[in-house]
Design a protein around this ligand. Structure first.
Ligand SMILES: [Fe+2]
Ligand SMILES: [Fe+2]
Length: 275
């Protein structure tokens, strides 16, 4: 499925993501920045794995630096959420979707703003600030001269980007799978915080968790509504969900073949529809 975008939506698509302080994606750190990160948390490679970071906080509850790192990593996803959902509010007005879905994306944008505020306050309560740690999930593409990473970007660059703009694909990937994962992360992080006696952290992630319940429900509800009389779209939504789940674990060779097959099929279908 494709659509024709308005001048406004195109302008938004062509406008890069910015934040103050500027995004600093963990994926593109310099050797010096990696060394700094390793000095703070012991091993720079662990930083992007929030579940492991959370376990490290549980095991060393007095290590304030680990708490700053965990909350900064989560905060980065909240800023990425504000950026992503606010873009959908604009772009999806050009797709054949109900107005209530646009309203749901607007509501979600504000929820992510509150989450970013909570994370900012929590980091500051530990004596840190946003920007002390790199971003786990934000900031766009690589610097000039660096090849993109990740299973999607490597093999399917522009195709993947186009497909991910479709509301059904995006809802299955982000709201159902990614936010379903966030729901579990927040629930468990709140429980860990409770256990180590960090009342503020427990309270913040309890609040986030409650919102993720709504965000996941938005995904379930609208994927169903948008695919109701369209078995092909429903099949696509289910496959995207399965693929997104596999990204969260390590990609095996077989999963990577499934991914290639999926894109090949979707692209030939899109070409047929256009032709
Ligand atoms: Fe959030
Ligand atoms: Fe969310």
């Amino acid at each position: 499925m494709t659509t024709t975008y308005s001048t406004f939506a195109k302008k938004v698509q062509d406008t890069p993501s910015v934040r103050e302080p500027a995004y600093r994606p963990a994926m593109w750190l310099s050797e010096k920045e990696k060394a700094d990160l390793a000095t703070k948390i012991g091993d720079a490679d662990l930083y992007q794995d929030l579940f492991t970071m959370r376990e490290m906080v549980r095991e060393a509850p007095d290590n304030i630096e680990l708490k700053k790192a965990l909350v900064s990593g989560i905060a980065s996803a909240e800023f990425a959420g504000i950026d992503a959902f606010s873009r959908k509010v604009v772009e999806w007005q050009d797709w054949p979707v109900p107005n209530t879905l646009i309203m749901a994306m607007a509501r979600q944008t504000w929820d992510e703003v509150r989450h970013a505020w909570l994370a900012k306050g929590l980091v500051e309560s530990y004596g840190g600030e946003i920007g002390d740690y790199p971003d786990t999930l934000a900031g766009g593409g690589p610097p000039p001269g660096v090849a993109p990473q990740g299973p999607l970007q490597q093999g399917f660059g522009a195709q993947a980007e186009e497909l991910l703009r479709e509301p059904v694909v995006s809802l299955s990937m982000t709201n159902v799978s990614l936010e379903g994962g966030a729901l579990i992360l927040f629930q468990e992080t709140s429980a860990v915080a409770e256990k180590i006696g960090d009342k503020l952290m427990a309270h913040c992630y309890d609040y986030n968790w409650a919102d993720e319940v709504t965000h996941t429900a938005i995904g379930d509800y609208f994927v169903k509504a948008l695919t109701e009389d369209n078995p092909m779209e429903e099949k696509k939504a289910l496959r995207v969900h399965a693929l997104a789940e596999s990204f969260r674990t390590r990609l095996s060779g077989q999963q990577s073949d499934e991914l290639k097959e999926f894109f090949a099929e979707e692209m030939s279908r899109a070409t047929d529809a256009l032709g």
